[in-house]
Design a protein around this ligand. Structure first.
Ligand code: GAR
Length: 210
């Protein structure tokens, strides 16, 4: 099976969605480790409950991003993963790190990229008066929240929405599309080809309805 390492910083609800979808048994993958940069990340508890080894690498213990990222590479590569999944990992990664995992590093971001890179996406969507919001899975490249799109999910913004209600709906969508992208990769169907993600040899993103 595809050997996956998941990086988290917080609640780990996306990690949980992956654990649950792997338990269903139709994805040829296993999560060999969960690594957090924060010791208090609840996702570490989720991993332990699922019997997955965990490690904490606190970025505050390192002089700079380069030193942290090379220690992180060592910690990850101890598990020799085929795929590294960023699931709410709230650190900017160095170009060297991103290059090291080129084509096998996925991220999820709570916006319809290329819109709203960075933080506070739900608030910014409301302030802009957008009719639609959503989330995106993408291969990671050196540009922050850039990279080749794999799959997006969309929700309509309604007049009563708040940043909280949007965050909740976007999370629910994330929990559907991230396990899907993991499954495609594990099945050998998803690849990064130059600037484009390919599914079964066809450039992504494809459009669908959840
Ligand atoms: C998710 O909404 C994810 O899109 C976001 O962090 C949250 C993690 O939730 N990621 C980013 O903002 C990356 N720039 P989780 O810990 O419950 O999976």
């Amino acid at each position: 099976p595809c050997n996956v390492v998941v990086l988290i910083s917080g609640s780990g609800s996306n990690l949980q969605a992956m654990i649950d979808s792997l338990a269903a048994g139709d994805t040829p993958a296993r999560i060999s480790a969960v690594i957090s940069n924060r010791a208090d990340a609840y996702g570490l508890t989720r991993a332990a409950q699922a019997g997955i080894p965990t490690a904490v690498l606190d970025h505050k213990g390192f002089a700079d991003r380069e030193a942290f990222d090379s220690a992180l590479i060592q910690a990850i590569d101890a598990y020799a993963p085929n795929l590294v999944i960023l699931a709410g990992f709230m650190r900017i990664l160095t170009p060297g790190f991103v290059r090291h995992y080129q084509g096998r590093l996925l991220n999820i971001h709570p916006s319809l990229l290329p819109k709203y890179k960075g933080l506070d996406t739900h608030t910014r969507v409301l302030e802009a008066g957008d009719a639609e919001h959503g989330c995106s899975v993408h291969f990671v490249t050196e540009e922050l929240d850039g990279g080749a799109l794999v799959v997006q999910a969309v929700t309509a913004v309604t007049p009563g929405d708040t940043a909280q209600s949007l965050a909740m709906r976007v999370h629910q969508l994330e929990h559907r599309i991230y396990p899907l992208a993991m499954r495609w990769f594990a099945e050998g169907r998803l690849q990064l080809d130059g600037d484009s993600a390919m599914l079964d040899g066809v450039p992504l993103p494809a459009c669908g309805t959840l």
